[in-house]
Design a protein around this ligand. Structure first.
Ligand code: FSO
Ligand code: SF4
Length: 541
């Protein structure tokens, strides 16, 4: 075994990547990511045992978020960048340890490793270092949930919003994964607590996004192209997008979104840029062909990156933030968070305009504020029976053939049902023209995966309007597609909010041990997916 990683839905054989990642991650990168997470656990133990006030360690808080984000699936493939981050975190850890009295500490809080021996250390500290498979499973769920939480918290931070309670929780939960005295029940409770803080993190990001860029509104997004040179921006970070739009203004270079950046078009603040042309292509995994036809530079603000086989494409890729890809230029922020994208803009000017792969438009922008503005209409449609049921189909897309299920499911849903979506899962059905119900489109896109929070706000509001005591009494079914760790925190958030009977596909996580899976089934009614017809009958019964 060269490595062990089972954190995403595409993990080899559904049980774990052991030779190299299906995602393209090398064993070296995978092992170094394990060591980085291990270092964070040691830091967390010092913070918790030393009673450190998280408000006094701002830089460390930010670097912990960045470190966690670097280990999310498809975010960072650069072993050099991960080694440098481990060294930075060991340095910060030692500084902190010298300042506080934390008593007896775990190896994670005291080990030293020079760059040349990091790999040897890394091989000893991964997921499999926990022998009991249930404890390993629970520790993994918590760790992956924290990775997703860190991603959302970092986006909020980039817009100037922070919440020390979230940092506090991240340290406590990471430290708990080193604590051998905790029972499986203790860890199950911590899994739910992680969901509670997931809701806080998503609420914080929602507040950061909407206070800065306005509330998303119904928007028609162009999916065709114009004849100017252009830059494609992918990932999830709106502050990077804003800086790119500002810097490309008046240069003759257009900007298009890819995959999870599509929902940026729904924000009022970005509508003023007439060179912000539209969305190019589909979900992240289609980049292997779509980046070839785009022809201009590509900026990755976060995951999901597919390491390109085509060297010409690689030369056009730039990364920033927690993302990284060897051989590609990484744009760092200055101390004020400003980024200089001039190199990308200059490169764009030398390259041809994008090649058209489709034309027309798609509609989105149904985040909580917009849907609640339509609440009367929606409630009326439910009361009159025009809308029989809502299907939350938020989440991720991915390469697996079995994900065609979601397209077929959307097509087969009766015409009196509405799909609520968020995340890149939408690309499986957002171009199907499923029509509308009395002016309400049958696919309502709230935004990115983190905007799944909007769907929860909508559900809670409907619960109130209909005077229900239990969110599960609403005519809403949950058929969610997952891929990586941001989907894990969204799932934990929904469980915390009391949502039951969520169907999760296309396969259940490899990191659920049989006993842990049983807890999720017994306590929350979590289920996998079956055939489209069977599932539709089940949901409508
Ligand atoms: Fe998709 Fe990738 Fe947004 Fe994920 S682009 S898969 S859950 O990063 O974060 O939905
Ligand atoms: Fe495998 Fe997914 Fe881990 Fe990549 S992130 S190594 S595909 S489990």
């Amino acid at each position: 075994m060269n490595m062990f990683c089972y954190q995403c839905q595409e993990t080899a054989k559904g049980t774990g990547c052991t030779v190299q990642g299906v995602c393209g991650k090398s064993a070296t990168v995978s092992n170094l990511q394990d060591l980085l997470v291990y270092t964070l656990k040691g830091i967390s133990e010092i913070v918790v045992k030393g009673n450190v006030d998280v408000k006094s360690i701002g830089r460390l808080n930010h670097e912990v978020l960045n470190s966690l984000f670097m280990t999310i699936t498809n975010a960072n493939f650069d072993d050099g960048a991960i080694k440098a981050q481990i060294a930075k975190m060991i340095g910060l850890r030692n500084e902190l340890r010298n300042k506080v009295k934390a008593g007896n500490l775990h190896d994670a809080a005291v080990f030293e490793a020079e760059p040349e021996d990091m790999l040897n250390k890394a091989m000893l500290v991964g997921v499999l270092a926990t022998e009991n498979e249930d404890i390993r499973s629970l520790r993994s769920i918590i760790t992956y949930g924290l990775k997703g939480m860190a991603a959302y918290t970092q986006h909020a931070l980039n817009l100037g919003k922070e919440d020390s309670e979230i940092y506090d929780f991240i340290y406590k939960a990471l430290a708990a994964t080193l604590d051998d005295t905790l029972s499986a029940d203790d860890l199950v409770a911590l899994v739910l607590k992680t969901g509670e803080y997931g809701v806080k993190a998503m609420a914080l990001l929602d507040e950061a996004n909407t206070s800065k860029y306005g509330n998303p509104e119904i928007t028609e997004v162009n999916i065709g192209v114009r004849n100017n040179p252009a830059i494609l921006i992918s990932g999830h970070d709106l502050s990077d997008l804003e800086q790119l739009l500002e810097q490309t203004k008046g240069t003759g270079v257009d900007v298009y979104t890819h995959s999870e950046m599509l929902p940026a078009h729904y924000y009022p603040a970005f509508k003023k840029y007439d060179h912000f042309v539209g969305n190019y292509g589909n979900a992240w995994w289609k980049q292997t062909t779509e980046f070839e036809t785009f022809r201009g530079p590509i900026l990755f603000t976060t995951n999901c990156i597919v390491p390109p086989k085509n060297e010409e494409v690689r030369r056009r890729i730039f990364t920033t933030g927690s993302a990284g890809l060897p051989g590609c230029r990484h744009i760092e922020a200055d101390e004020k968070g400003r980024k200089d994208f001039s190199e990308i803009i200059e490169l764009a000017k030398t390259l041809p305009a994008p090649q058209e792969i489709e034309n027309g438009s798609i509609v989105g922008g149904f985040a909580h504020n917009q849907v609640l503005a339509l609440a009367d209409k929606v409630v009326e449609a439910v009361k009159s029976g025009a809308i029989r049921k809502f299907f939350v189909m938020a989440g991720c897309d991915g390469r697996m053939k079995s994900r065609e299920y979601y397209t077929e499911f959307a097509k087969a849903l009766p015409k009196d049902t509405v799909i609520l979506t968020a995340g890149c899962a939408k690309y499986r059905y957002n171009k199907l023209n499923l029509g509308d119900i009395g002016g309400i489109p049958r696919v309502l896109d709230a935004g990115q995966c983190n905007d799944s929070y909007s769907l929860a706000v909508i559900a809670l509001k409907l619960k109130e309007v209909f005077g229900l005591e239990d969110i599960n009494k609403l005519p809403i079914a949950f058929n969610i597609a997952w891929y990586e760790q941001k989907a894990v925190i969204v799932l934990l958030a929904l469980l915390y909010l009391g949502v039951k009977n969520i169907h999760l596909g296309p396969t259940l996580p490899g990191f659920l041990s049989p006993n842990v899976a049983k807890v999720l089934v017994d306590r929350f009614g979590i289920a996998g997916i079956g055939s489209v017809d069977e599932d539709i009958n089940l949901f409508l019964a």
